[in-house]
Unconditional design. Structure first.
Length: 295
């Protein structure tokens, strides 16, 4: 079973490490470099250390001082899947996002209020608010409770956001200093393909947005233009709640994944002009979307 105390990031990185080692044909007894893994996955060494610790608990690797030795790639990966509590937090985040859209969740909330309103434990409510704070859409009040930002306040504001992104994101791909960081492309490909390999659930909207946001922010950061990078981070923050309440249906999620992968492949092929055109079409199509009606 999945351990609810293990962070989603740690589990995701552990899965990514195993995928990477399988792709490379790694064999038991091979010495692994934490730094090389961090570079290949496009992350820092700190989260890699956490993922290595989890893999050691599962018996996949063994530490000898600073060295890490591969033990086996043949193991039960059930513990690396999202745990029940993590699913509960994701479901609550979706509920909060939809509540913000329909007005049933006010600007000012508390853990107790959310727990009562949605029938969840205080711990789940606390984790959800902490995740919203990390995403930059909730702040703890000085006295009691939390303030949740509005995100997009209207359809017109959402459209204006997309028009702004159409100006900067394709241009970022054409910046003279554009360079993908090591491991970014491989990590994005692995994480995106996971959404094509399993049935869609409403609470997948949270993880889906996180990888979506990481893709757009990563390409903006790769532009080498800090103004473009900062603008995309801001746009990601604004669209967090609207994406957590994903209402475009699973088919559109799959289209989104395939379009991201196509943009990334053009970048890897050295055709950034094509990638910029694909990004423009990707954002223009998203601008024209309307939510799928609920039955």
């Amino acid at each position: 079973m999945s351990d609810p105390t293990t962070s989603p990031l740690r589990r995701n990185l552990a899965r990514n490490i195993l995928d990477l080692l399988r792709e490379r044909g790694a064999a038991p007894g091979e010495r692994l470099s934490r730094l090389a893994l961090a570079e290949a996955l496009g992350v820092s060494r700190t989260p890699v250390n956490g993922a290595i610790a989890l893999l050691e608990e599962l018996g996949a690797v063994r530490s000898e001082g600073r060295a890490v030795l591969l033990q086996t790639l043949d193991l039960d990966e059930e513990r690396l899947l999202p745990g029940g509590e993590e699913r509960g937090v994701a479901r609550l985040l979706v509920a909060i996002a939809r509540g913000r859209a329909d007005g049933s969740v006010p600007d000012e909330v508390s853990e107790r209020q959310l727990a009562q309103q949605f029938g969840v434990g205080r711990g789940v409510a606390a984790q959800a608010l902490a995740q919203l704070a990390e995403a930059g859409v909730a702040t703890r009040n000085r006295g009691h409770g939390w303030h949740v930002t509005a995100g997009f306040t209207s359809r017109e504001e959402r459209a204006a956001s997309y028009r702004f992104r159409l100006l900067i994101e394709p241009a970022g791909l054409l910046e003279p200093g554009f360079a993908l960081p090591a491991g970014f492309a491989a990590r994005m490909q692995r994480e995106h393909r996971r959404f094509l390999e399993k049935p869609w659930r409403d609470d997948d909207a949270v993880a889906f947005f996180e990888i979506n946001a990481a893709f757009h922010a990563g390409l903006a950061d790769a532009s080498g233009n800090r103004f473009i990078a900062a603008a995309v981070v801001q746009q990601n923050r604004l669209r967090t709640l609207s994406n957590y309440s994903w209402r475009m249906g699973p088919d559109r999620a799959a289209v989104n994944v395939r379009e991201h992968l196509a943009i990334l492949q053009s970048v890897l092929d050295g055709d950034r002009d094509r990638a910029a055109l694909q990004m423009r079409l990707h954002l223009a199509d998203a601008l024209a979307l309307r939510p799928v009606p609920k039955d």
